[in-house]
Ligand binder design. Structure first.
Ligand code: NDP
Length: 484
């Protein structure tokens, strides 16, 4: 590279260098080499972004829902037109197979904008006619300026999942993507300006969580924080924002159970469990990492899952046939391997995978790991309880439905869960008893953007999606009118 690419902040509709003039390296996980640098911003940049957002706030709030929707639609169209560029950038920045970025990340980012462009046209508030002469009606006003903080695993997908409802509802946004994967958020901010989003309505400030994220959460202009990331970070954000009485939506980690009963459609259960364990190298908060299999089919299921996990093609994310790309960073790669070493100490058998992989050619120094299936872990040990967030699936045997549900619920997390059974009664019963914000029955990652999305226990507070998101990004105000 002759001149290294630089990802700058996008404030007030233009690219802006960070106030302190500092930059952080950005790596391509597939090669392990630095390919760009990103603004290492500080609270002065956050201040500038909040001021730009405040200036834009009145105009955007007062724009009709039709106008806001039209601009969101224009953004979706423009993103669709640059689909391949974004898919390539996402793959390079994150390490995911470009085929996955094409099939999931970028289409979903388009859908996020298209969906909320339409949803805001149908969003309504309540009216309570109390008596013949008293009417209560609820106004739902935008909050003003809001903060959106997103992680590195599905960079554009989760960035737009927050920004689209915030903008649709009439708020201005200051957003902080993960500094580990800043590429597509930077490209997207520019695309929004080109698509007609007024300057200052969306501002992107890059930098570390402690420097930028925390300054954002504590800034007096920011009325609400929508955060997706790890549970510890969520707790830190709450400790900054809650005493300032800001609205908070926290989408946090998971240790999701998959329950496979002996009456399940075996082939569908194995094929989908392979996906739910290893898609995006297991770096999806919804991935199933604890797989509970009924005793009667355990051995057959284990053997088939191991056979298919071994066959997954790990390699250059840009190759069409690659199924497993690189883990996002050297540090994360070491962390996942550390958990595999711990799993061995805790008594498990690693049935396959868990080895660093060095594909031939340009990716020889990339952060690749073969997908691991393990068994024999006690359920109370750390590897069974803590989120690994990598290509590691642990198998457990169960004999009764009650036992399976009790084990599934036995973690501090409660994000997603998956149930495989042909029994309608059992499906309803188990779905109702699992402590999770989402239960998929005989499927995984089938998404309808109208449905509430979020977790219970340490997986978060609040819900995203559909009306939930639009309600979060608006403030209800009741007007009680007495007729004379
Ligand atoms: P982190 O919690 O480390 O980071 C998430 C974002 O928060 C990043 O932009 C990060 O910045 C920022 N951040 C870090 N510290 C602070 C702070 N003190 N104040 C404000 N912001 C801060 O998560 P990861 O990026 O490592 O993502 C993986 C985690 O996200 C996993 O636990 C996963 O389960 C969870 N996740 C949850 C989802 C859900 O919907 N429930 C979906 C996807 C992921 P930076 O990294 O730049 O320092």
């Amino acid at each position: 590279m002759s001149e290294r690419e630089r990802f700058l902040n996008h404030i007030g509709g233009a690219f802006v260098a960070p106030a302190g003039g500092a930059y952080l390296p950005v790596y391509e996980p597939a090669t392990g080499a630095q390919y760009a640098e990103v603004a290492a911003s500080n609270k002065r940049d956050v201040e500038g972004a909040c001021q730009a957002a405040e200036r834009a706030s009145r105009g955007w709030r007062d724009a009709s829902t039709e106008k806001r929707g039209a601009i969101l639609d224009a953004i979706a169209n423009k993103l669709e037109a640059q689909f391949e560029q974004f898919a390539q950038a996402e793959s390079k920045d994150n390490g995911k197979p470009v085929s996955l970025a094409r099939a999931v990340d970028i289409p979903r980012a388009v859908s996020n904008f298209r969906f909320f462009a339409g949803a805001i046209q149908h969003f309504a508030s309540e009216c309570h006619p109390t008596s013949a002469d008293v009417l209560n009606y609820t106004l739902r006003a935008p909050l003003g300026v809001v903060g959106c903080i997103s992680p590195w695993n599905l960079p554009l997908y989760l960035f737009t999942w927050k920004i689209a409802p915030a903008l649709a509802a009439g708020n201005c946004v200051v957003a902080k993507p993960s500094e580990i994967t800043p590429a597509t958020a930077t490209m997207f901010a520019q695309l929004c300006t080109e698509a007609g989003l007024p300057p200052g309505v969306l501002n992107v400030v890059h930098g570390t969580g402690p420097d930028v994220g925390e300054a954002l959460c504590g800034h007096p202009s920011i009325k609400a924080v929508s955060f997706t990331g790890g549970t510890k970070t969520g707790a830190r954000i709450a400790s900054v924002a809650a005493p300032l009485f800001k609205k908070l939506s926290l989408e946090l980690g998971g240790k999701n159970p998959v329950l496979v009963f002996d009456d399940a459609d075996f082939d569908a259960a194995v094929a989908t469990t392979l996906r739910s364990s290893f898609s995006n190298q297991g770096e999806i908060c919804l991935c199933g990492s604890r797989v509970f299999v009924h005793d009667a089919i355990y051995d057959r299921f284990r053997d088939e899952l191991v056979k298919r996990a071994k066959a997954l093609r790990v390699g250059d994310p840009l190759e069409a046939t690659t199924e497993q790309g690189a883990l996002v960073s050297e540090q994360h790669h070491a962390r996942v391997r550390g958990y595999l070493a711990l799993a061995r100490e805790e008594g498990s058998t690693i049935l396959c995978g868990g080895e660093a992989v060095s594909p031939p050619g340009r990716c020889a120094n990339g952060w690749f790991l073969s997908p691991a299936v393990i068994e024999g872990l006690p359920h109370s040990c750390r590897t069974s309880q803590e989120e690994i967030f990598g290509p590691v699936a642990a198998l457990y045997r169960f004999k009764t439905e009650d036992e399976a549900v009790a084990l599934a619920n036995d973690t501090p997390y409660g994000l997603a869960s998956v149930v495989w059974t042909r029994s309608l009664d059992r499906a309803h019963r188990v779905a109702a008893n699992l402590h999770a914000g989402i239960t998929w029955v005989n499927c995984w990652m089938v998404r309808d953007l109208r449905t509430p999305f979020g977790g219970v226990k340490q997986s978060g507070v609040g819900r995203e999606g559909g009306w939930e998101a639009l309600r979060f990004f608006t403030e209800p105000k009741n007007v009680c009118l007495k007729l004379s």
